[in-house]
Ligand binder design. Sequence first.
Ligand code: RB5
Length: 144
Amino acid sequence: MIAIGCDHGGFALKQEIISYLQQNGYEYQDFGTYDVESCDYPAYGEKVARAVASGACEKGLLFCGTGVGISLAANRVKGIRAVVCSEPYSAEMSRRHNNANVLCLGGRVVGPGLAEQIVDVWLHTEFEGGRHERRVSLLDSIAP
Ligand code: RB5
């Protein structure tokens, strides 16, 4: 199950990616927002992050104008490794090396075609483990 959420700045792109998820047979839970009315990104970043951190959802996809604000919100939740990506290479490496569990995209930064490529590679790439396991664990040892 993939948790998905956005603010008004990411709403249009979220809808595009929902179509991609449906076409590719992914199960998802949409935590809103559900229209383009102005809203506050921290609320949606937190909802998706908590769904992932609790184990209810395996991964999360978040969208705001830049992807930045909503990633900052998600990263406040313990156990969340949220990344902002605007191209596929970083998206792939964020899975292979960082075991990122939330991907954030900017609806005012990337178009739907590029966003689909980024989401596709991110969802299909596994964590490499090994030396990266220790480094990722060290993230959790940083005191808040
Ligand atoms: C909303 O205008 C915008 O600030 C928000 O979507 C996001 O880009 C914040 O990081």
